[in-house]
Design a binder for this molecule. Structure first.
Ligand code: DX5
Ligand code: ZN
Length: 218
């Protein structure tokens, strides 16, 4: 199993003090930045200009999770801005293979996300085009929701396909990850864990990252 990465989501951080909030998680592997457009999901966060400023001051690379419609149009702009990893939703892309290639060609890692109800099977052939597959473990849109155990079989099937194909795709989970649920996701095969409220809701976010990393290491 590849190394366990913890990517805190700043959705649960104090948006007025983002620079200081980023310094509190400098032991993270990446920082997960949730972009929402109030169309693909019923919530609105930030767009590219703010993401670029976060990148400029972040002590760790960015993992941008784009919960936006018309990903084919907008995701390449995040790659052009030099964001290390750009994840679009399969449900929001008309041509996901083309889009993943475009992200890589522009210098970003290419990630693709699936909502809890979206099956993984139709996308297994495109694993070689991806650096990361994100299986949502809550309905995208809001932090602080409970982990959906019904996603575990899909994580297991994705892990089997990744291992079977021999490609080095990271398997990320996002939503409801805590010191309690992380082990279930890890045992199912996830190796990159997004945690918002479990990190920023803790008195010591850096300590929470260490505890999650320990709890998620098999
Ligand atoms: C939800 C976002 C998540 C969110 C996770 O749509 O994609 O990244 O911040 O928050 P927690 O860890 O609190 O479930
Ligand atoms: Zn996210």
């Amino acid at each position: 199993m590849p190394q366990c990465c913890i990517n805190p989501s700043i959705l649960s951080a104090d948006f007025v003090n983002l620079e200081a909030e980023l310094q509190r998680i400098s032991n993270a592997d990446s920082v997960h930045v949730d972009v929402m457009d109030n169309h693909f999901v019923p919530n609105l966060t930030i767009g590219l200009p703010v993401v670029q400023r976060i990148q400029a001051v972040s002590p760790v690379p960015l993992d941008a999770h784009l919960m936006i419609s018309d990903a084919d149009r907008w995701a390449p702009e995040y790659a052009d801005a030099g964001i290390a990893s750009v994840t679009f939703h399969a449900e929001a892309s008309i041509a996901p293979v083309k889009l993943a290639r475009e992200l890589r060609a522009r210098g970003s890692k290419a990630g693709m996300a699936l909502r809890p109800a979206t099956p993984v099977e139709p996308y297994l052939d495109m694993l070689p085009e991806l650096d990361m597959l994100l299986i949502m473990t809550v309905e995208p849109g809001f932090g602080g929701q409970s982990f959906l155990d019904l996603t575990l079989p899909k994580i297991r099937r994705a892990r089997a396909a990744i291992d079977g194909s021999g490609v080095g795709v990271a398997l990320q989970v996002d939503g409801g990850i805590t010191e309690e649920t992380i082990l279930r996701a890890a045992e199912a095969g996830a190796n990159v864990f997004v945690a918002g409220s479990a990190v920023y809701g803790a008195a010591d976010p850096a300590g929470a990252i260490d505890r999650l990393r320990k709890a998620g290491s098999l």
